[in-house]
Design a binder for this molecule. Sequence first.
Ligand code: 13P
Length: 340
Amino acid sequence: MSISELAKTAQAMVAKGKGILAADESTGTIGKRFQSINVSNEEANRRAYRDMLFTAKGLGEQISGVILYEETLRQTAIDGTPFPQLLASKGIIPGIKVDTGAKDMALCPGETVTEGLDGLAGRCAEYVKLGARFAKWRAVITIGEKIPSASCIWANAHALARYAAICQEQGLVPIVEPEVLMDGDHTIERCQEITERALSAVFDALYNQRVVLEHMVLKPSMVIAGKSCPVQAGVSEVAERTLTVLKRMVPAAVPGVAFLSGGQSDELATAHLDAMNKLGAGALPWALTFSYGRALQQASLKAWRGAAANVDAGQGALSHRARMNSLAAIGQYRSDLEKK
Ligand code: 13P
């Protein structure tokens, strides 16, 4: 049986020791990041920042793919090469965020449903022409006293599955991202229960919409206590609980799981991934890797601060985090390597 292009792309996205750089912040979100370094949110600055990230030397050794925002997919790098082609020339697969955001959900106070299905097939066809080979859609599940509701979990699962089916038909590998937020004071046990429920609904919906599991990548959040919960679990408990949920809920046909960082500190996001790969050690049906936004970019953004003179420093910071997470993806990270 010949392996299809979509299967090959999905496998390449989670290849051994490689992970994904999520650089698909919308114009609003990148504005917030720029505010923290006093850089104005102009197209030229967004382009210069992404250029700094993507031209880091040797990035393709640890980064399999980069998720882009539509504006970046259409922009050229400073040397005039379109960004998707620049990435491809470094052996990095270009991807595209295709959802149009998490919007307040009718009759479900405090909850959101992610939009963007209308006209999606046509947009995907165009993104493929521009060089994209995979896509991302982020669903958001908030934990609170009486939420998430079943309505929210099922509406988001259905939308994720419809998106994934449309992507596969148009020739893009879908990253299916159901994020259970870290915001709140909930316990790790509650996060585990909700993550399990959300993933159960997502795989049910994927099956119903005929999505080919071999042609997708799952991007979940880790099982972690809420940010303001007074009891925070240690690294091994997070790893054990996350693996327990994944083993129960993720079919072996899925080639890989690439976690989001969700607001964890850079080093914790790396340590958690590493602990899971050490625990799993060759006995897991899927690859376990990273698809981090903040946990790959934070240090780089701070080192860059919008100045051309700081490009080397910014790239150095990104390369360091990419190397640390690449080691974590094979269970060979050690915290003392952070000092080097
Ligand atoms: P974080 O790693 O910053 O959570 O971002 C990943 C992402 O792509 C969220 O959609």
